[in-house]
Ligand binder design. Sequence first.
Ligand SMILES: [Zn+2]
Length: 525
Amino acid sequence: MLLAARAARQPPYPGVHCMSPHPPFTRRELLKLGVAGGLALAGPASPARAAEQPARRSAAPKPKNIIFMVSDGMSLAVPSLAEPFSELVRGRGTRWYALLQDPDAVVGFFETHALNSLVTDSAAASTAWASGTRVFNGALNVLPDGRELVPLARLVYETGRRVGLVTTTTITHATPAGFAAVQPKRDDEPLIAPQYLDVVDVLLGGGRKFFDPAQRADGRDLAAEYVARGYTPWEHRADLSRAQPPPKVLGLFADRHLPYSIDQQRDATLAQRVPTLAEMTRAALALLGPSERGFLLQVEGGRVDHAAHANDAAAVLWDQLAFDDAIDAALAFAAPRGDTLVVVTSDHGTANPGLSGMGDDYRDSTACFRRVARAKVSYQAALPELRGAARESSVAGVAEVVRRAFGVDLARDEVATLHAALVGDMPDEPSHPQTGVVALLGRLLANHTGIGWIGTAHTQDLVLLTAAGPGADVFAGLLQNTDAFERLTDLLGIRHRNPRMSIQEAEPYLALATPAPPDHRPHWA
Ligand SMILES: [Zn+2]
């Protein structure tokens, strides 16, 4: 894959003049590059066509089943902080740390950039894993010139294996959608919702509104269409414990995203109605496990990213622990069987939290960190009360809400700053990094918890990768996120290869990108 190797070396910043990009490939050069170069000039991909292309063969043992687990927006410090947090609130370490110390587990990193930016979003990142191709941020398996890619789940389904998607976001959100949907814009979730029919057997997560005729602009009753095609609708946590699981399930447990774990575990109604990520993972494995040909299951802890956007340390860590429980569920399934590959990773960093040294000789860091465990709700849940207190009462009222919600006593100047922001016109969610009430709250609480943030957006960092089971060896070391596609398809005996575009080929399309409308809702809202 010479082209891929060369593309990987190119600075992913077209139009920025602080770097001098490699000259574009000539036609002659591309022809010399053979398969991958030829594919870069090819038209829309199809499995039949691609089956003619030779694929890299691996001597690695072949798994029957693959569980691909994503803690979305998990910066490197998140599992590092989750370990002492888990000790603090659960009296034991995390499953991921135990896996990292297992001599049979393989540790690596993904490099994550998109075709148009050093910093990826979840759509481009999931597309990279699922198609082997870099696309512009916001696109799901569609190249800038409109060519469509065939994502992994569709290829896997065509082999007779079964497919599942499990997430704490809407089921049509970028990370699950990247494995199975083809859509130029990730925000078109109503158009993604029908694309899982007869491709994904098990769907568990949020996003009911995109299947509900009363909430869809076109009035289409997608839920009924899924039922007509053999899917059993689940909408309550109790549905997961049915003794005889049906073969196909459309499980939607909220209109939009599932609640943050920190809010769910303290709200009896939510806890009774909405399953945890680990419960959904176990249910999906019970449904897919008996499959004769094997299965592909993606499990996403999607709200780690959302909490990191909000600079909400407690919400990040509680959702990371929920993801850790899902890792435990996956490994409990895989370990006794010996035929299942488990890959655990993230798609990109978000806001890069980190614990700073606090006090003389940093002796206050541990005590500061422990304050994170005092938080009782997410910022999202506390904000209405904070705004109400700011409007109706004094500065002292805001301080009292912060004390009750987050277990922190703000200093007088900190409360005054927060009160002014709340009664002013500062929006909850930032339109620019480092602005907005949530980012301000994050900075103020950082004075007390020691956990700081570099902003409120995604970051360019490498992401941690751990693999266990047959085929895990091919995930060692530093990989491009696009490498996942080749390795997974190779392990599954799938020979399809999608077309790619070089940065130079993509550059003319940058100017055609339409800006988001002013009322655009951020993906973490
Ligand atoms: Zn995000």
